[in-house]
Structures are given as C-alpha cells and as structure tokens.
Design a protein around this ligand. Sequence first.
Ligand code: ARG
Length: 644
Amino acid sequence: MIPSCLTLQLTPFFPSPLLPVNRLSLLPSSTFPAFAAKSRRLAFAATKAPSISTMAAEQENVGNLKRKLAKLFQLSLDATVPGEPDIEPQVAACTAKFGDYQCNNAMGLWSKIKGRPGIEFRGPPAVGQAIMKNLPQSEMIESCSVAGPGFVNVVLSKNWMAQNIQKMLVDGIETWAPKLSIKRAVVDFSSPNIAKEMHVGHLRSTIIGDTLASMLEFSNVEVLRRNHVGDWGTQFGMLIEFLFEKFPNFEDVNETAIGDLQAFYKESKQRFDVDAEFKDRAQKAVVRLQSGEQMYRKAWAQICEISRREFDQVYQRLGVHLEEKGESFYNPHIPGVIEALTNQGLVEESKGARVIFIEGINIPLIVVKSDGGYNYASTDMTALWYRLNEEKAEWIIYVTDVGQQQHFDMVFKAAKRAGWFPADDRQYPKASHVGFGLVLGEDGKRFRTRSSEVVRLADLLDEAKTRSKAALIERGKAAEWTEEELEQTAEAVGYGAVKYADLKNNRLTNYTFDFDQMLNDKGNTAVYLLYAHARICSIIRKSGKDTEELKKTGKIVLDHADERVLGLHLLQFAEVVEEACSNLLPNVLCEYLYNLSENFTRFYSNCQVVGSAEETSRLLLCEATAVVMRKCFFLLGIKPVYKI
Ligand code: ARG
C-alpha cells in the first residue's frame, strides 16, 4: 500500500524547496558541497565501527527474576560442561506445579555432547541432574527438582520474594525498570498528513507509539518522539491555489474561515481533477512553493498551522506528547544523502529513475523519480540518515500500518547496504518497523461512519467520553461527585477504554472497534482494570492506615497460596515490561496487567485484609499491587482513577 500522503501524485514534482527551479534536474553534488562532504564522512563513519552493543544489556536489573536465574544457570552450565563455554541458559517462567521457573537446557545440551569422549552422562535427565547439582547456592531459591527429560524446576523462596516486593515499595518501582544498552531512540509515530484526515490508523499509531516511547523512557532511554507529518508534496500546489482563489486575503484566514480543512482538501481535489487550467496553476504553484517564493511558503505554512492545531487537540485529549519534524524538514538534506549513496555505488539508473536495488525484492527502492523529483522513500532514507548521524539515535522505531512494511523493509535494507547498520540484526544501531492491522467496524469492514466517511477522531473520543459519563451517572455518581470529578473520571475511563482496546491485541491483527465491548466493566477492558485499581485504593483508604508508615515498619509475608501467586506475579513485572519493550509488543504488558488484577481478585476473595492478623502484610500487598498497576496504566497512557 502506498502511504496515504502519496496517493495524490502530480507531475512534474520538483525536489527541493531551497533550490532554484532551473537547477533541479538531477541535483549535482556541487549544489551542496559542504553538506555532501559532511554526509559522506558520516555515512562512511557509520560503516566502520558503529558503537554497538547487544540487546537488553548484560547489566544487572535488580527486579528481573528471569535474568537473575539465568545468571545462576550460566554458572551451573559452565561447571556442568566446561568444554562448552557459550551455552545460553534457557530459563522460562512456568505454571507447572513443580516450580515457578524452569531451565530447559538439558535436552539440547545432551544432543550436542552425547558420544563425545569423556562425557559420562547417560541421557538428558542426567544432564538435568548435573545442572541442578551445579547450581550455586542462592537466597532466592527455595528448592529445585528435575522433571521429565531433564527440566530443572526452581521454586523461589517466598521470604526472598516478600523482601524484594517490600524493597520495591521503599525504593520505588523505577528499580524494576528494564535496563537497555542504548541511550537514545527515535520513535516515529502518529504522523498524519497535513490537510487530510487523521484517521483511526493514525490513532493506532499514536496509541501504540506513545506506549512504546513510554516504555523506553521508563527504561532510561532518551526518546525523540517524532511526528513525521506529511507536510510536503505535490498536493500543496493545489491547496495553495485553492486558498488564493477562495480567500484573496489569505493571510487573515484561520481555521474558522476555512472551516473543515478536510472538506477544503476534497473540494480543491475535485477542482484539480476536472479543471485543466486549475491543475496547471496548481502544478506551477508546487514549483513556486518549492523554489521558496514567499507568498507560497506563507500559504503553505498557514495550511500546516491549521492542521497542526487540529492534530494538537487530539493529542491533548489523549495526553500524548510528540515533537513535530515533518517531511519538509528533511528536504534540504536529501541531495547530500543521495549523493553519498551514489558515491558508494548504490544508486543505479532504472527506467529514467534513480534507484537502489535490494537483494530478494524484485522492485527497487526509487530514490529519485524519473522527473527528477523526490518521493516518500527519498525522505525516509534521509530522515534515517539524519536520525543516525545528526541525532545519534541507536534505535529507530517506526509505527505505521502493516501496509507500509515493505517500504520500511526496503529502506532498512538499503541503509544496511550503505553500511549504516551492522551486519548482525541484533546489534545497534538498528531500525524496527512496528506494523499494526486495521481497525474494523462492526460489519467487519474498515471502520467508517454510517455514510462511509472517515471517522473523525474528535467525534470518536467525544462518544467514548459521553458513554462512560452516562455509565457513571447511571451508577449514581452525579449525586456523589462534583461535576469536575465526574468529567475527569469520564475522560480517564472513556479514553482509557479506547486505548486499551487497541493495545491489548497483538498489534499485527485487525481488531473491531466496539464501544459496548470496550466500555464493559467486566472482562479484559480498561474499565474493569481501572475499577479494580480504584477498589484497591478504597481498601487501603478504609483501613485507615498510612501505607508510607507501614512500608517502613511492617513486613510482607507470603504464606497463603494466593498471596504467593500474587507476590510472584508482582515480581514478574520487571521481566514482562522488559519483554514488551524489547519486542515492541504492548499487548504483553496488557496481558500482564489483566492477570495481575485477576490474581489480586483471587487473593482478596480468599484472604481477609482489614481486621485480620496479617493486616499489615496484606495492606502492603494491596499497595504493591496498586503501585504496579499504576505503572502499567502510565506506560499504556491510561490515567488511573482512585475512586469509583
Ligand atoms: N504520513 C504517513 C502516513 O500517513 C506516515 C509516516 C510514517 N513515518 C515515516 N517516517 N514514513 O501514512
């Protein structure tokens, strides 16, 4: 699929806004001598020795149980088979009744070493036994056993678990943050197109991108939250001409005069399609805009500004922060980057265009069109170059619908050919495309309004809020709460529901947009989760105890089976958030959150909290659950509510 910003192609398309029109042919490198030299240097610097390191770091993460156990098993594996130093421990959480975690190396190891001289093992179970025997003493482990064909099961010490939850309560949930080995990342998300509708696809990108950015930020990575808006391209010629025509005093025009920018776009497109004279003017306007003619630049800036204000309203409501660097930003850098690629021998002539061929893909990446103009790919190659070399980002993440997967695949592979990335995909710097599926309506088709128009995001958010407010009023909250509380809760629940319904699915699958389902207070919904959190807060409130005090003086014990299950789940937050972040899968965190609230419910039904002998410990468990839930909400961009 071609990105929506490219659907309208006019010819001729002239490349750079900063170049005089008559010099636009194929952009000789001399046009940008200084830049070209610089870009060449940087491009080649990237080929040599990029400072790289592997995924998710060897660094200690105090909270990550799986990683802690893997370290112990590493020592054991080294001792068990000294001749095989590079065996990676395979440790996984398990639900079997024999343990909390298991090490699964025995079978693989056996097939590697069997028959070798000096090997005394008689099959995988014996290897498992040896791995267990060689496991160093650790306060975190209560007991071990070997099951079946050599699985080593580990039961964690409940005292150790309790102590670590308590430690988190005192030192803060940040101590459970993933430790990644990178310092800076770019997340390119949302990225709607100026003067066109911001549709549910952009909503998905905004919601998913925001969560990924937040997870990386939580992991102490500096994130450049990039809004790569489609603010450049041939459609502007048409829009500008139409603006001049409709509003001779265009400088005074604002959004109230233009009204709906999307309708304005449609109208001008209609004109463009039927009126040859207008079309001609529009094409000339593109040239005049790109050559930097003031009046055209002004009109362009104005159209962008009107769109921007509309986008910002949506971002504000969603509580999402983005920094705009639109396509136009990279324009002046394109010639230099293409020249550097050409000098490396990567750019070839094909059917009048200039292209980069990529192994295994039968179409090449067009970086200069046959009319000399640039396109989406030229901009993306340049933006990637800029992000790597100017912004020094080590991980560059793009969040768009899966339809753009091939585009990014080609861009990344071209960059790899240019030596911008190391050969090993697991190493940084690297780029990842985070694709997502379609949002469907209840009819199973692309989500549209009844009159099959694109759904306006503002309308959609309005409806979510209205519905959640109605549900609160039905529960009698209008009488109990102030109007402000009602409004705020309705927003938190309504917008939270929209976000969670999106994030809880594996992002690659399509999902059906269904208000009734997402606003249901039962099942795996934000409403259910927010209520669960509010309930925990109310338990703590009603106890009359100060958790800040309890944290210092009280002690957690995990004697009851349901306390232990809840405690283990709490402790697994660190490894889950690390997995969700490293694999760019928000649904992993959603699933964790849902299970957390299920585990809490079971604990709360079976273990009396207030007034019991274990009150202090149990209140602390309530508090730890609330803390972890809130961090999950925060990472998912959902505002917690404290009372229901
Ligand atoms: N504007 C594009 C669209 O609406 C998305 C841009 C994504 N980012 C990028 N660097 N290409 O489809």
